[in-house]
Design a protein around this ligand. Structure first.
Ligand SMILES: [Zn+2]
Length: 229
């Protein structure tokens, strides 16, 4: 079941009240259209009736998808610096639903599920696109690190995030997004082979970095670069 509750927010342009149905839980097995709305950047977006500005709620919900063995805790992008606490809390939330207190059937389902924690719509969308392209998300983060190494630096340093935006069998499309509003600063495309090389190198040069993500829910290169508070 997907769970919603009504909230009213002030329009960022004119201040008029805009009604949202804020989601606290999305079940992608039962409501695949909601997952698609996330990919389409339409989910939790409303238009102000007074001035026609469209804007989104900050995400704060869990996305369960048994079909893809995926559970994702989603928090606002502004909470990113506190990822260690949020990672512990997300693990505890998952444990309450799928852990020792659950039925054997649920525990078995839970044992196969990849638990993830993301901050912001762009980071969530990236995980779903990676699923759709059959990309392992950790290998994807390592690919992003390799891109960073070869390209030198981000266009606007610490205030931008590199996110997967799309792709196909041969190319992956990334974008540098401004962290504050997730707007696109600069796009870049790479051959999917860059990802495949890192995927094939499981025991090689990348093994040490992979180990930094052992048991991680926050599978994001920010884990290694964000100065935590
Ligand atoms: Zn307005």
């Amino acid at each position: 079941m997907s769970i919603f509750k009504p909230v009213r927010l002030a329009c960022p342009s004119c201040g008029a009240g805009v009604d949202f149905q804020a989601v606290s839980s999305v079940n992608a097995d039962r409501a695949p259209h909601l997952r698609q709305q996330i990919v389409d950047e339409a989910f939790q977006r409303e238009e102000c009736a007074a001035c026609a500005t469209s804007f989104r709620l900050s995400p704060q919900f869990s996305l369960i998808d048994h079909g893809r063995d995926s559970w994702i805790a989603v928090l606002p992008a502004t909470e990113r610096a506190e990822w260690p606490e949020h990672e512990q809390a997300a693990a505890a939330t998952f444990e309450r639903a799928y852990g020792a207190g659950a039925s054997p059937r649920i525990r078995k389902i839970g044992s196969a599920i990849r638990r993830r924690l993301v901050f912001g719509w762009a980071a969530l969308r990236e995980k779903l696109i990676a699923q759709d392209l059959h990309l392992d998300d950790l290998t994807l983060e390592l690919t992003k690190m390799a891109l960073l190494r070869s390209s030198g630096s981000a266009p606007i340093g610490a205030s931008t995030e590199l996110r997967l935006l799309g792709g196909d069998a041969t190319r992956l499309a990334f974008g540098w997004l401004l962290s504050s509003d997730e707007s696109l600063v600069e796009g870049l495309e790479v051959e999917r082979a860059a990802y495949d090389e890192i995927a094939a190198d499981a025991g090689g040069d990348w093994a040490g970095l992979r180990a930094d993500f052992d048991g991680a829910l926050f599978v994001d290169m920010g884990r290694l670069t964000i100065a935590t508070v």
